[in-house]
Design a protein around this ligand. Structure first.
Ligand SMILES: Cc1ncc(COP(=O)(O)O)c(C=O)c1O
Length: 396
């Protein structure tokens, strides 16, 4: 295989998204090949031994190395500006692997409390079962991060903007607090996407994605990614993935690799639509509140403008009333579908209190601002006027 990408960080994201990481086989194919193979054969027993010993480069077994998967990992590295990447079977596999590969019994984690429900399960329920304590803090309160830090704190973990209330956390300030105490900062960057926020530029050590969302963007495959420097990947993640096997199927890797070619086009159009809809919703008399990171009435607008180049593709808003009004609004929508996924070409809307965040106690939900009238809208690629017609007629 020839590496045809000739990667250089001087290229812009749109170019990396089309060419980054491409390897061409001897057949000279234009489109990246799908290597749907479990294992690889060797020319000789000596070659097999050399591969296993790491003395000769090459593929061994698709649980830990595969050409299609490598193309995706290299493309993501170039997009993020990261040294190394490993992809996984889902976003949650990426979060869990990043934690378990680098933590041991007796370690401590500080996490923002505004996390996706399954991420809260990992830090609140799973890690403590293995002797890893977690403290949850209000991620926007810098003093709370400082106060929670202990000598054995190894990881700070957050998502920004958060799911579903779009809280924005100051990455540079939290990274500085983590590093002062010898901890590392892990950031789930799903909502912002690598197009609008590069956490490593603000000091993050590990960046995690659910590639299920905008990277696939067409509702087909689950996938995840973890990006960090070579040392962290080699010292922690590489062996963990190789031995435990939360691997991405080469088929799913290929779908995401090809989807990345249109990633910037899709996400930019979705963000254009979201920007327009956030303003229209905010002006509507039946909408009590709109949260969109690049609107100047967002509580964290100043931080969002500093670290995000655009406001993203998601809007959180509250309709007048409670659960009954929120449900009847959802049930009147036509084009916009009720679904808990996000980042899709299709506009999707969810009621977080009864879906993505239903496992939290009511008091915790209220603490996070997840009220019964809150909805999370993932804005898609439909014509913005059709989306507004749908929303406004459902709002009445
Ligand atoms: C912020 C965030 N992190 C992680 C995940 C998990 O991703 P996956 O569904 O690919 O496991 C999600 C999924 O909704 C998410 O919204």
């Amino acid at each position: 295989m020839n590496d045809t990408s000739k990667p250089t960080h001087a290229l812009r994201p749109e170019t990396h998204l089309v060419h980054g990481g491409s390897m061409r086989s001897g057949f000279g194919e234009t489109s990246e090949a799908l290597f749907l193979t479990q294992s690889f054969v060797y020319d000789s027993a000596e070659q097999a031994e050399a591969r296993f010993q790491g003395d000769e480069p090459g593929f061994i077994y698709s649980r830990f190395s595969n050409p299609t998967i490598k193309m995706l990992e290299d493309r993501l590295c170039l997009l993020e500006g990261a040294e190394a990447c490993r992809v996984t079977a889902s976003g949650m596999a990426a979060v869990t692997a990043a934690m378990l590969c680098s933590l041991s019994a007796g370690d401590h984690v500080v996490a923002a409390r505004a996390l996706f429900g399954s991420c809260r399960y990992v830090v609140e329920d799973l890690l403590p079962r293995f002797g890893i304590e977690t403290t949850l803090v209000d991620g926007r309160d810098l003093d709370a991060w400082k106060a929670a830090r202990r000598p054995n704190t190894k990881v700070f973990f957050l998502e920004t903007p958060s799911n579903p209330t779009l809280e924005v956390i100051d990455l540079q300030a939290v990274a500085d607090i983590a590093h002062e105490g010898g901890a590392k900062l892990y950031v789930d960057n799903v909502f912002a996407t690598p197009l609008y926020q590069r956490p490593m530029q603000f000091g993050a050590d590990v960046v995690i994605y659910s590639a299920t969302k905008h990277m696939d963007g067409q509702g087909r495959c689950l996938a995840g990614a973890v990006l960090a420097d070579e040392t962290w990947i080699n010292d922690h993640l590489h062996n963990y993935l190789r031995q435990t096997g939360p691997s991405l199927s080469p088929f799913n890797a290929w779908v995401i690799l090809k989807s990345l070619e249109t990633f910037a086009l899709r996400v930019n159009q979705q963000a254009d639509n979201a920007t327009a809809l956030a303003d229209l919703l905010a002006a509507h008399p039946d909408v009590a509140r709109v949260l969109y990171p690049h609107r100047n009435d967002h509580p964290d607008f100043e931080v969002a403008s500093r670290q995000m180049t655009r406001g993203g593709t998601l809007i959180a808003f509250e309709v007048d009333g409670g659960k009954a009004e929120a449900f009847s609004f959802l049930n009147r929508l036509g084009i916009i579908k009720i679904s808990n996924n996000l980042g899709d070409a299709k506009s999707l809307i969810t009621h977080p209190s009864t879906t993505t965040h239903q496992r939290l106690e009511e008091a915790d939900r209220l603490d996070l601002g997840i009220h019964q009238n809150l909805l999370r809208l993932s804005v898609g690629l439909e014509h913005v006027d059709d989306l507004w017609d749908d929303l406004s007629s459902a709002l009445r």
